[in-house]
Design a protein around this ligand. Structure first.
Ligand code: AMP
Length: 301
């Protein structure tokens, strides 16, 4: 059978909580999703959505674990969203491994895997997008024009398709989390957004699907981004002016071999730059190593 031909419900048991032990349903069309969703919500549990672009790792699986801790039925989506990639970005090279992803989702106790096609998400007649401003205009929004428009649009579509009560997002993508929160608030979507702490490798590097593309020497260097942020966050907690110290941290990363885009102290919700730390503050950074752009962030106070 061709790899993508299987339309049937997969009858492998998931590790259910609260007495539930069903099969993970795999839906690839809106019709399949409608049936699978109906079966899932018939048990009365809240429905949680975990949106992903696949190439799943322990960070993604921690989102599923967070949803399960809330006794929700968990739906995960896998869709590499073309609308959030710029023309010069890595859409074509983005890692894809559907079989491994489905196995990982099943093992994590996910109950519905939603794998829409590009034409389901963006049919030719589609004429609506979500425009985002505020926290979407800075940092990643500047470095990647249109990125958050693509993120907000696909997340809004996924919310409309799955109609979850809650949705889990990683703190790894801090700005994305704030953009999604803002959208849910602004559009009265009534979905609880659950923020899940960043899962890191033992050496501190935030797990990311893109880490696979790091050359070995760059992979060895990569954890310095986190160690630099952690040290800077501790120093900025004194509330003294931040600019010189964030600039020095960026210069030290450049000296080490990174090409930093930014290291910035920001308001944790609006993403506006802060002259000095005060709650809620976040330290955010983006830096290139070879062809890989790493982003990371830590709490300050
Ligand atoms: P992605 O597949 O990169 O679009 O990520 C899907 C979701 O997983 C987003 O909410 C990310 O913030 C989250 N995520 C990615 N990496 C991590 C990580 N290391 N720890 C926690 N969440 C993560």
């Amino acid at each position: 059978m061709p790899k993508h031909a299987c339309r049937a419900t997969l009858a492998l048991p998931t590790k259910g909580r609260g007495g539930y032990s069903g099969a993970m349903r795999v839906a690839r069309t809106i019709g399949e999703l409608t049936r699978a969703r109906a079966a899932l919500v018939s048990g009365g549990r809240p429905l949680a959505l975990v949106p992903t672009m696949g190439a799943l790792h322990a960070g993604h699986l921690s989102l599923i674990a967070a949803a399960k801790r809330r006794d929700a039925a968990v739906a995960a989506s896998i869709f590499v969203n073309p609308l959030q990639f710029g023309p010069a970005e890595d859409f074509a090279r983005y890692p894809r491994d559907e079989a491994a992803d489905l196995a990982a989702l099943r093992e994590a106790g996910c109950e519905l895997a939603w794998l829409p096609s590009g034409s389901t998400m963006y049919p030719p007649a589609a004429a609506s997008v979500i425009e985002v401003a505020g926290p979407a205009l800075l940092w990643e929004g500047t470095a990647r024009p249109g990125h958050f428009r693509g993120v907000a649009t696909v997340v809004a579509k996924l919310f409309g398709q799955i109609r979850p009560q809650l949705a889990c997002f990683g703190e790894k993508d801090w700005q994305q989390l704030q953009v999604v929160r803002r959208m849910v608030h602004d559009l009265y979507l009534g979905i609880e957004i659950v923020a899940v702490p960043t899962v890191r490798a033992a050496d501190g590097l935030a797990l990311s699907s893109r880490n696979q593309a790091l050359a070995p020497a760059d992979r060895a260097l990569a954890p310095r981004l986190y160690t630099a942020l952690a040290a800077l966050a501790a120093s900025l907690a004194d509330g003294q002016p931040a600019a010189e110290r964030t600039e020095a941290a960026a210069a030290a990363l450049a000296e080490a071999g990174f090409r930093p885009d930014y290291v910035a102290l920001v308001d944790a919700e609006t993403l506006e730059p802060l002259p000095a730390a005060r709650p809620p503050a976040r330290l955010i950074a983006a830096a290139w190593l070879g062809q890989v752009r790493l982003i990371d962030n830590v709490a300050v106070c």
